[in-house]
Design a protein. Structure first.
Length: 98
């Protein structure tokens, strides 16, 4: 039976990882929209959102990019990071709960 005091911590970890996965997805989509000139970074709101997402996702994506380069011009680091985070989201709370 899980410890009642650890269950909220496990739920918090699961939620934070889930939010971070969404930040990665939104960052990728925004990058595509900028590349296809659907949105323009000269718009202050678009720039601020893009800058925020870059600042929170780049520190975790950079080490993956150093190990796995872009394949055919496609950056696979967000996909790899999402897979890693999904694994952690599933198994770290289980380790906390025993």
């Amino acid at each position: 039976m899980p410890e009642p005091a650890i269950q909220p911590l496990a739920d918090l970890i699961r939620t934070v990882i889930g939010l971070y996965i969404w930040a990665i997805i939104i960052s990728v989509v925004l990058t595509w929209l900028v590349q296809f000139q659907v949105v323009n970074t000269s718009n202050r709101l678009v720039y601020q959102i893009g800058d925020f997402l870059y600042r929170i996702t780049e520190p975790t994506l950079r080490p993956i990019r150093q190990v796995i380069p872009a394949v055919g011009g496609i950056d696979l680091s967000p996909l790899i990071l999402i897979l890693i985070l999904g694994f952690l989201q599933r198994f770290i709370p289980a380790l906390l709960l025993g």
